[in-house]
Design a protein around this ligand. Structure first.
Ligand code: NAI
Length: 245
């Protein structure tokens, strides 16, 4: 992976930050994209601490013009993007009967449309290069369902569909497209859960602990590696056994 250029969305914290650092440790140069510029700069410093280079670009994945501008900056700086990690994601949980249209649109806009926009931008270069590794961060709930998350689950199940469709479209160009489906991972996203919900979820994890952002990042790094070149259209579960497909 030495010298390869990786573009990671939602890289300011949590799983995105862990993916960026894991890729940097393997020698990749990083484009870090997130709406949170302050934290993004901190991660860029951490990447430098791993002995690699990073470009931090403030960007809302749901905004086509911002995505285009961010990829332009990435090409100006590094001339190529070889790895894309579509990680940026949000939740707006509510039972469907009470779900507001704006919460449906917001979640689909970031989690699914955002991945479509970034994938399209990254593909232009990857198809010319005849090399690419894309990894989409889905979720265990896209496999098993969960009450109160219809918007989120629709977006993540859509992301798995996007993964398989694009994998077939670009395989002949030596580009692989895979997904990682994390389970219950300790990040800011799951901090919002109350103690009761946390306990209930943990009881469903055979390995008996929450996952770490690093558990997810090493799986992403594997799928982004050259050695994973014969794996495409796959969904890799990183869930402590919570759901076995
Ligand atoms: P997090 O909330 O800690 O980090 C998400 C990052 O995405 C933040 O830095 C945020 O600023 C950024 N972001 C949000 N909206 C954005 C936008 N419109 N444009 C650009 N950046 C944006 O969450 P976490 O846990 O690290 O989640 C990362 C991914 O992993 C998400 O896609 C999430 O759905 C997925 N995931 C997380 C699980 C968990 O248990 N934490 C389980 C399964 C999937």
């Amino acid at each position: 992976m030495k010298g390869r250029v990786a573009f990671v969305t939602g890289a300011a914290q949590g799983i995105g930050r862990a993916c960026a650092l894991a890729l940097a440790e393997a020698g990749a140069r990083l484009v870090l994209a997130d709406v949170n510029q302050e934290k993004l700069d901190g991660v860029a410093n951490e990447v430098a601490g791993c002995g690699s280079e990073a470009l931090a670009v403030p960007m809302n994945v749901a905004d086509a013009a911002q995505v285009e501008a961010a990829f332009r900056k990435a090409y100006e700086r590094f001339e190529k993007v070889e790895i894309l990690v579509n990680n940026a994601g949000i939740t707006r949980d509510q039972l469907l009967v009470r779900m507001k249209r704006e919460d449906w649109d917001a979640v689909l806009g970031v989690n699914l449309t955002g991945a479509y926009l970034c994938t399209q931008q990254a593909l232009h270069g990857m198809m010319k290069q005849r090399y690419g590794r894309m990894v989409n961060i889905a979720s265990v709930v896209a496999r098993m369902g969960n009450a109160g998350q219809a918007n989120y689950i629709a977006s993540k199940a859509g992301l798995i569909g996007l993964t398989k469709a694009v994998a077939q479209e670009v395989a002949s160009r030596n580009i692989t497209v895979n997904a990682v489906a994390p389970g219950f991972i300790a990040t800011a996203m799951t901090e919002k859960l109350n103690e009761q919900a946390r306990e209930r979820l943990l009881q469903r994890v055979p390995l008996g602990r929450m996952g770490t952002d690093r558990d997810v990042a090493v799986a992403v790094r594997f799928l982004a590696s050259e050695e994973a070149g014969y794996i495409t259209g796959h969904v890799l579960d990183v869930n402590g056994g919570m759901y076995m497909s």
